[in-house]
Design a protein around this ligand. Structure first.
Ligand SMILES: NC(=O)c1ccc[n+]([C@@H]2O[C@H](COP(=O)([O-])OP(=O)(O)OC[C@H]3O[C@@H](n4cnc5c(N)ncnc54)[C@H](O)[C@@H]3O)[C@@H](O)[C@H]2O)c1
Length: 255
């Protein structure tokens, strides 16, 4: 198995991409801490699903925009599985507002959940990795919008752009400790965050037409790449982004 015995924390791990990462990593032998802020029932169900397949997972209720919760989340990995090997900064929110519409409160909320949490969780994980002395990985689920404008969703784009530079800069800083940092930039994935698009036939059709592979990603498409990046097979990858977008960023208007 690719991740045998590795101790992994996944933020926002009880739905969408996070849930798929929990299942895929546990199936490869990892011990997983599932962070969540809502739907304790979904977390318990997910843990039972992991255990039924012979894996190990524990849940921790932690709001990643709060520093004390972040530290409690990391400590859960150490208390439960003896160490930390991989942090997956997956949780994220969006507001779908333009520059002109975004309030200070909405801006701060998006930045706190998407960006500040990734920054300080990465810091806490890196300190732990250095203490353990044998490297580690921070895997950020950013977005194609770390690099690609999405008018009408500006705070989200700013937060993901920040994540892009976090990974590049911290990846360079931490290389000397054998710590890797990598972003996955998904395109459009069929998860609850996209419910307003996927439940509208017209919008869904337009989106599919813009994707060269002509379908949204399944959360498992992203999780498969996450497993590879967390494994020894990706040991020379750091301070960079892997784009998993069905080709949407290269899309052109056919005439
Ligand atoms: N679905 C897509 O098309 C897509 C594309 C690119 C990037 N992403 C990114 O993937 C990540 C996962 O999104 P998803 O698509 O699975 O959507 P999702 O809404 O299913 O997952 C987001 C998760 O984050 C959790 N969360 C929100 N605020 C939190 C907080 N303060 N503390 C802890 N957890 C919190 C939610 O409870 C939820 O479990 C996000 O960072 C998102 O930006 C998604």
């Amino acid at each position: 198995m690719l991740l045998e015995g590795k101790s992994i924390v996944v933020t926002g791990g009880n739905s969408g991409i996070g849930k798929a990462i929990v299942l895929a990593m546990a199936a490869e032998g990892a011990n997983v801490v599932v962070d969540y802020v809502a739907h304790e029932d979904a977390t318990e169900q997910l843990i039972r699903q992991v255990e039924a397949a012979g894996g190990k997972a524990v849940g921790v209720e932690a709001d990643i925009s709060r520093s004390d919760d972040l530290h409690r989340m990391m400590q859960t990995a150490v208390d439960s599985f003896g160490r930390l090997d991989v942090l997956v900064n997956n949780a994220g929110i969006e507001t779908r507002q333009s520059l002109l519409d975004t309030t200070e409160e909405d801006y701060e909320k998006v930045m706190a959940v998407n960006m500040k949490s990734a920054f300080f969780a990465s810091q806490a994980a890196a300190k732990r990795f250095i203490e353990q002395g044998d490297g580690g990985l921070v895997l950020n689920i950013s977005s194609v919008h770390e690099d690609w404008p999405m008018p009408g969703n500006i705070a989200y784009c700013v937060s993901k752009g920040g994540m892009r530079m976090l990974t590049r800069t911290a990846g360079v800083e931490l290389g000397q400790h054998g710590i890797r940092m990598v972003n996955i930039a998904p395109g459009a994935v069929d998860t609850p965050i996209n419910a307003s698009t996927t439940s509208n036939e017209d919008l869904l059709g337009k989106l599919q037409d813009a994707i060269p592979l002509h379908r949204l990603a399944e959360a498992s498409d992203i999780a498969d790449v996450a497993v590879f990046l967390a494994s020894g097979r990706a040991s020379y990858m750091t301070a960079t982004t892997v784009v998993v977008d069905g080709g949407i960023m290269q899309g052109s208007v056919g005439l």
